[in-house]
Design a protein around this ligand. Structure first.
Ligand SMILES: *[C@@H]1O[C@H](CO)[C@@H](O)[C@H](O)[C@H]1NC(C)=O
Ligand SMILES: *[C@@H]1O[C@H](CO)[C@@H](O)[C@H](O)[C@H]1NC(C)=O
Length: 680
């Protein structure tokens, strides 16, 4: 009951006060004009509407008072000074490079004119004579930037004080405010030049005076800076003038009041903070220094930011060009920059793709440095770093392989998951595309001379890989689609060593067969071990392909016909010559055809030891040595081909019919391209 009861009493009291007894007085200034206040001393109104209390001069003082006095007592309670509240915004601009002085004060005084006031520490209110005299009847709250009143030296003192009758404060505190919602006490540098809000609230009934400060854009702190027990009834007179006083001394500041509101027996009205006549800080030289410092700092920060931005752009471009290098990559002499290849292939544009193989797409590109055409093979690899590392070592040596019938590996580049191999560009495409495209669609014809030339070229390339280079290189994927035809129709064997790469990446050794269906030697499917002899086997198939114009495996009706078996069948039914490509008509050299067919069968012999090596094979092709199957055969006319056929059949080639009957999964034509994808 008690609280609600006292609440009711307060309400009734206020009601009573307002309408019957108390003089309610209030005013609000959001800026001033010349008729607003009673002024004297150095005080004047700026054109902006700010009240300037002191000029930029030493030992000046200025006063400004509300023109009519405020009745501090009312008839009902003649011994209790009325409650009041006032709210104002002030600004102190120090004018020298040293700190300024002195301060300003909110004053309640019996008269708007003080008797011979002094500047400096007396703030234009008192003098050395009357300072502290009870007859002054002056109450003030000082916002002082100097300590040292009645002391021999001035010290800096950013403080607020509550004074009665003199400059000796009843209570004093340094200028701070408590950030709402926290207990943080933040300092307010009053002479920082920033506008500062101040609230002075007096509760007459409880004799409590609160002083609160905050920077302009902060809301009023819930906790006052000072909350003091002080009974103004003892000091104030019936009517008091409310206003401000400020003074300079040896140190100088400009003191401004930007807005002011006051209310007797109630809360002073808020001010229109956005509309206040804030004084520009630049006016004071001291602050010019500060402003210059701020400017320099801002500029430096901006410059730093710009430099950093430029730096990061530079770094980014560097990274684009020269991506992360592993130690071992640096040793590799033939390494291309990704950025160059990216540019060469127009960003690996789809329109630049010239082929898609098991390893990945091949792009045509023009190197930006010298304009040479290259083919860039882009291999997406999920291989372990180890695999790539081993391969890189291999690439290094593969890059040094040089033969006119090899597609030279010019270099390489690793980019994230991609391995990029840069090869010579060979314009006429792959052999299989020429061989199996009908004559109408292709403007390149493959007559026997060209075919025989291709055979000899590839044989010499394989000889180089197997025997003539510093180490044995097994191609592992000899096939017509890996043979590219140059402008002058000379063949170039490509993709050597690549199959190896996929070996490295394999986890399981059970699927180690790498190659292309139709070209895989039978022992390779059993042991998974590639050798020069497995290359020879594939080369044998290639020979038959060129002679017969047929793919290694042809789907006919509902069965897959294996080329070797088909040639043997032709022989069993009639003659080996029946197997010759009909497109050649009879435009071929019979002896050469016999050698090619014979070698084809011999090389694709199911027993690896029966196959010749590349050096031997070269001799047969060049006619330096007679193929064993053909020797001792003199020209015996029409009997010759039957004789040869029977010798071939005696080779035991029929075994191949059995061994080449590959497991079902292998006879799927799709395998040929996917066989190399096994590492994926
Ligand atoms: C000066 O301000 C007062 C209110 O503070 C206003 O009533 C008066 O019209 C103003 N005078 C001029 C000349 O603007
Ligand atoms: C003064 O501050 C105290 C403490 O915050 C508060 O309880 C009191 O109501 C305030 N008085 C006035 C008049 O604002």
């Amino acid at each position: 009951m008690a609280p609600s009861c006292s609440f009711l009493i307060i309400i009734l009291f206020i009601f009573f006060n307002f309408f019957f007894i108390s003089q309610s007085l209030q005013f609000t200034y959001n800026g001033f004009n010349s008729s607003s206040l009673l002024q004297d001393g150095s005080s004047f109104i700026e054109p902006s509407g700010a009240l300037r209390l002191t000029e930029n001069k030493r030992n000046v003082m200025g006063h400004a008072f509300y023109p009519t006095p405020i009745p501090m007592f009312n008839n009902s309670t003649p011994h209790i000074a009325s409650s009041f509240s006032t709210y104002f915004v002030f600004q102190i601009l120090p004018s020298s490079a040293n700190r300024g002085g002195f301060g300003l004060a909110f004053v309640l005084a019996p008269s708007p004119r003080f008797p011979t006031p002094e500047p400096g520490h007396y703030l234009g209110i008192f003098n050395s004579e009357n300072d502290g005299s009870p007859s002054n009847h002056v109450f003030l709250v000082e916002f002082d930037t100097m300590n040292g009143h009645q002391e021999s030296s001035d010290t800096e003192g950013n403080h607020v004080g509550i004074n009665v009758n003199g400059m000796k404060s009843m209570a004093t505190d340094s200028a701070t405010f408590v950030l709402n919602g926290t207990r943080q006490n933040r300092e307010i540098i009053m002479e920082s030049g920033m506008p500062i809000q101040a609230w002075i609230e007096y509760d007459g009934n409880r004799s409590i005076l609160n002083v609160t400060l905050s920077p302009l854009l902060h809301p009023k702190p819930a906790t006052p800076l000072m909350s003091e027990n002080i009974n103004l009834s003892e000091y104030v007179r019936d009517s008091m003038y409310a206003g401000f006083s400020a003074a300079t001394g040896e140190k100088v500041s400009s003191h401004f009041i930007l807005g002011w509101s006051f209310k007797l027996n109630g809360m002073a009205d808020p001010l229109n903070l956005d509309g206040l006549p804030v004084m520009p800080i630049e006016k004071s030289p001291r602050n010019n220094v500060k402003a210059r410092k701020v400017l320099i700092a801002t500029f430096s920060a901006l410059l730093l930011f710009l430099l950093m931005a430029l730096g990061s752009i530079f770094l980014y471009r560097r990274m684009m060009k020269c991506e992360h290098l592993e130690d071992w990559e640096l040793d590799c002499p033939r390494r291309f920059r990704y950025w160059d290849l990216y540019k060469a292939t127009k960003g690996f544009k789809e329109s630049e793709i010239i082929g898609i193989g098991g390893f990945g797409a091949v792009y045509r590109g023009v190197l930006p440095a010298n304009g040479t055409e290259v083919a860039v093979k882009k291999i997406r690899s999920n291989n372990s770093m180890q695999g790539i590392r081993e391969f890189a070592a291999e690439i290094e040596s593969l890059g040094r392989l040089r033969h006119k019938n090899l597609v030279n590996l010019q270099g390489w580049c690793k980019h994230k998951q991609d391995l990029l191999l840069v090869y010579d560009y060979v314009p006429n495409g792959s052999l299989d595309s020429i061989l199996y495209t009908s004559k109408k669609d292709s403007n390149i014809s493959l007559n026997w001379e060209k075919r025989f030339n291709i055979i000899k070229g590839i044989a010499s390339a394989l000889l180089y890989l197997h025997e003539e280079w510093e180490q044995i290189v097994i191609h592992r994927d000899v096939k017509s689609s890996n043979i590219l035809i140059d402008r002058d129709m000379s063949p170039r064997l490509g993709d050597f060593g690549l199959a190896r790469f996929y070996d490295h990446g394999k986890i399981s050794h059970t699927t180690n067969v790498v190659g292309t269906i139709g070209y895989i030697a039978p022992e390779l499917t059993r042991t998974g071990k590639a050798s020069t002899r497995t290359d020879v086997f594939a080369f044998g198939i290639l020979l038959l392909e060129l002679a017969c114009g047929r793919a290694p495996i042809v789907s006919e009706l509902d069965r897959d016909v294996v080329l070797v078996d088909w040639v043997v069948e032709c022989m069993q039914i009639g003659s080996i010559i029946d197997a010759v490509d009909v497109n050649l008509k009879s435009d071929y050299v019979v002896e050469e055809m016999e050698i090619v067919l014979g070698l084809g069968l011999l090389c694709s012999h199911p027993k690896e030891e029966k196959r010749p090596n590349m050096r031997q094979l070269m001799k047969y092709l060049n006619g330096d040595e007679l193929l064993p199957l053909l020797d001792k055969l003199s020209s015996v006319g029409s009997r010759r081909s039957q004789e040869i056929t029977s010798r071939f059949l005696a080779l035991g080639l029929s075994e191949s019919i059995v061994t080449n009957a590959l497991p079902n999964s292998f006879s799927v034509g799709e395998m040929s391209s996917s066989s190399l994808d096994t590492g994926r």
